[in-house]
Write a protein that binds this ligand. Structure first.
Ligand SMILES: [Mn+2]
Length: 315
């Protein structure tokens, strides 16, 4: 059941023990959003599998207690935060759940007891609108977490909308925190292993072009997302980076602003490729991921072909 943001408080009141569950590799948006909800309504902050480097940095800065791989059975309700497909929850399959999310895939919302899912730059903006509506007290830590989520998910405002800027202004006005502090939370230096992975991805890049579009693929063992993002920053319109994880291949994809504006939708593209291979995928137009059992070469070739075909149709 889809609910309005103003209805969240009355819905959540019905449950005693609530788990706010973030997706795998939980990022600042997931952590900041789930933390603010825990503070406003009471509950436990959980993460499927593991937390990302920046997610950890935010959790440390706001003093969030994070439970890794919590047992959903121990709660009356699980609220899935910032995730839209079951794959993002690792092996956690809550029997009863709600959802607050800004992605476009409907996989999880269809089975939710109640949910708020709408397009926004970040889940933090949706959470801010829930909290603002009930007039809950906003601590410095809640504000820092939400700001970090918005700053991170808007790509430091490169994709900022009126709603993002308004939310940031309102949060700064409400809580005793400065924009500079929120930025500092996100500026921990990039880990050695990530820099190595990104550089390896760049050196192994396979390049295909069809003027004006450039599509690239690569393979690394970790940090597929940051690698794909780096390849787009270097000039690619679409970058697909594969990595093997146990028996599965994970692919992270990023697209340039020009390509998404022209109509390229990576969430659709990866969910199509995943579906044809018995895997799962989704995300946003400009940033998406998938996982399947096939080898990286097969999946990357499919992604490359589909992206080039789609871009050809668009131009
Ligand atoms: Mn998000």
């Amino acid at each position: 059941m889809r609910i309005r943001e103003s209805e969240f408080a009355s819905q959540i009141e019905e449950y005693d023990r609530v788990l706010y569950l973030c997706h795998r590799n939980a990022d600042p948006d997931a952590i900041g959003s789930a933390f603010a909800l825990c503070q406003a309504f009471g509950g436990t902050l959980g993460v499927a599998d593991d937390i990302s480097r920046l997610g950890r940095s935010v959790a440390n800065a706001i003093g969030a207690e994070v439970v890794l791989n919590p047992d959903p059975e121990k709660f009356d309700l699980v609220v899935i935060v910032d995730a839209s497909v079951p794959l993002q929850l690792g092996s956690i399959r809550p029997a009863k759940y709600a959802q607050i999310d800004h992605h476009q895939d409907r996989d999880l919302s269809l089975g939710a007891a109640f949910y708020i899912q709408r397009p926004a730059n970040s889940t933090a903006e949706i959470v801010w609108s829930i909290i603002r509506k009930i007039g809950a007290a906003v601590s410095r830590e809640m504000a820092l977490g939400l700001l970090a989520g918005i700053i991170a998910d808007t790509g430091r405002f490169r994709r900022g909308t009126i709603e993002s800027f308004r939310a940031v202004a309102e949060i700064l006005e409400t809580a005793n925190v400065s924009y500079e502090e929120a930025q500092a939370v996100l500026s921990s230096p990039t880990e050695f292993s990530q820099r190595i992975a990104v550089l390896k991805a760049a050196s192994r890049t396979h390049i295909e072009h069809n003027d004006p579009w450039i599509v690239v693929t690569s393979e690394v063992n970790a940090f597929e997302g940051p690698s794909a993002m780096a390849l787009v920053e270097m000039g690619a319109d679409a970058a697909f980076v594969a990595g093997r994880h146990n028996n599965a291949t994970r692919i992270s994809a990023r697209a340039s602003r020009e390509a998404t504006r022209a109509g390229l939708n990576l969430a659709d593209l990866l969910s199509e490729v995943a579906a044809s291979m018995g895997g799962e995928g989704g995300g946003h137009k400009g940033a998406a991921a998938m996982e399947a059992r096939n080898d990286p070469d097969t999946l990357l070739a499919l992604c490359l072909e589909k992206a080039l075909q789609r871009l050809r149709e668009l131009s």
